[in-house]
Ligand binder design. Structure first.
Ligand code: PLP
Length: 494
């Protein structure tokens, strides 16, 4: 006889009714073969006495087991574990096996080694360098939350809660068309815009639609790492061209065009990632002319358009493109905060239509309420007010960061003060290596991060990109102090 009394345990504080607690435990015993097929279960009165529960609990439990097909009731004989249950070919589900089974799969699948590992957990008291992100503390959360609440309280909100289109919310598309035409000199209509969940989705969609295996895409000798990974994941061939103080060297692009078919050029024209340089007007025109002549796409990732400190932002290539060569990608993720996954892909209608279809495979639609919130946030002028506010703060931070770098660390580092963006491209004196610096920095509670990602073509530039926008003045001073202590320790080791 199965030892029901000692094997069954009830949690009387649980919200789960006793009969379900009991039936779930009996199901486990059946699955584990502790109660094999055809085993007779005790009568309801007997089991109720053994377990000190009401008889109705046992009756309800048996009904549940019957309903689920684990047991069968044979008239005048009683309740039996179902005869026809196949044996479950599993190890016994003990706790430690359950934990193991959450790590390894029982099937093979494609593992991707192109995308970098997620960063490890962060330790308190450590400072982590970033490569140029906004300061979350400056995010206009109150305004955004208020707008979201106002929209959610509208009588007609329910129509936005259902399935919608993969193009994104129509109101946001309209608002963005007007906003981008006015601020970036574009000439687009609603047909030219797809709302994405940030720029990365735009890069991925473009890559999927443009790049077959072995297709050639041109990028900078140093480039935004996630874009590279996205193209490599598509099994495209990356051809790298030099980047100097005027951006991507377009003469090298022309040479490559003469040698082989080129499918696309990816660039961050406004502030090249990672070096921060701006593509000159001459090279912009050259690149557009090349795109027309050789029929390639230009993926223009304008990730930090809004942050320009010395002059007005430079109009994107997309604003001069009359031949349908440019795919223009942007988002509010740098301008407002990365958590708000609202971006856009702007291109000729036929490309946008395909991108919208493709997006449906991974993301049925965006968050319509959030999209409406941002439509209102942009239309009301709140976004521009926010940009003006943070621009001033980030400029002060850039100035402080750069002057401290120069005054305190000028013997070790060289850099140009960036005209825009949220980061500085910093060259370490070649007597030292970022590898050693990054090891020693940990002793000073400073995490340099993945410095290798900038050294793509083994270019020996000895540079990394360090963001300044996300730290306030005190934090910048502390960051420089830790970096200084690190570099002096490295110097003493030499
Ligand atoms: C150059 C560049 N492009 C695109 C992105 C991705 O931005 P989003 O958060 O909008 O996907 C980033 C983010 O760091 C970036 O630096």
């Amino acid at each position: 006889m199965f030892p029901y009394k000692t094997s069954i345990q009830f949690d009387r504080k649980s919200n789960q009714p006793l009969y379900l607690q009991l039936s779930n435990q009996i199901i486990q015993f059946i699955k584990n073969q502790q109660l094999p097929p055809n085993t007779k279960l005790p009568g309801s009165r007997t089991l109720a006495e053994q377990l000190h529960v009401h008889r109705k609990t046992i009756v309800a439990c048996y009904e549940e087991l019957l309903l689920q097909g684990w047991v069968e009731s044979i008239p005048k004989k009683g309740t039996f574990v179902h005869r026809n249950l196949p044996e479950l070919d599993q190890q016994r589900l003990q706790d430690e096996i359950m934990v193991d089974s959450k790590i390894t799969t029982g099937f093979s699948f494609y593992k991707n080694d192109i995308l970098p590992q997620k960063p490890a957990e962060r330790k308190a008291d450590f400072m982590y360098l970033d490569d140029g992100i906004s300061d979350g503390r400056l995010t206009p959360l109150d305004e955004i939350a208020r707008t979201y609440r106002r929209i959610s309280a509208k009588k007609n909100v329910f129509k936005h809660l259902s399935y919608g289109t993969t193009f994104g919310n129509a109101t946001l598309r309209e608002v963005l068309v007007n906003y981008l035409n006015a601020t970036r000199g574009l000439y687009i209509t609603k047909d030219n815009i797809l709302i994405t969940r940030g720029s990365q989705m735009g890069i991925w969609l473009s890559s999927q639609l443009l790049l077959e295996k072995e297709a050639v895409i041109i990028v900078g000798a140093t480039n935004y790492g996630s874009a590279d990974s996205t193209f490599l994941n598509q099994q495209a061939r990356l051809k790298r061209v030099s980047v100097d103080e005027n951006g991507l060297v377009t003469d090298e692009i022309e040479t490559l065009c003469k040698q082989q078919p080129i499918k696309a050029v990816y660039l961050t024209s406004h502030h090249h990632h990672p070096t921060t340089v701006t593509l000159s007007a001459k090279r912009r025109i050259h690149l557009l002319n090349l795109a027309k002549r050789y029929n390639f796409a230009i993926i223009e990732d304008d990730y930090d358009y809004d942050f320009n400190y010395n002059q007005a932002p430079i109009l994107p290539l997309a604003s001069h493109d009359a031949n349908g060569n440019v795919i223009y990608i942007g988002s509010v993720c740098k301008t407002v905060a990365p958590v708000f996954r609202i971006g856009y892909l702007i291109a000729p209608k036929e490309f946008v239509d395909e991108a919208a279809k493709l997006r449906g495979f991974v993301d049925r639609q965006g968050d319509a309420l959030l999209e409406l919130t941002f439509a209102s946030f942009i239309k009301s002028g709140d976004l521009d007010r926010h940009i003006r506010k943070v621009l001033k703060i980030y400029k002060q931070r850039r100035d402080l960061f750069c002057s401290l770098l120069q005054d305190e660390l000028g013997d070790f580092l060289e850099f140009e003060v960036p005209k825009g963006g949220m980061a500085v491209w910093i060259q370490l004196n070649t007597a030292y290596s970022w590898s050693t610096v990054s090891e020693i920095a940990k002793k000073h509670q400073l995490v340099i991060g993945d410095w290798q990602r900038y050294d793509l073509a083994n270019s020996k530039h000895n540079c990394i990109r360090i963001g300044f926008a996300s730290y306030d003045e005190i934090e910048i001073q502390e960051l420089i102090r830790r970096l200084k202590n690190t570099l002096y320790e490295v110097k003493e080791m030499e």
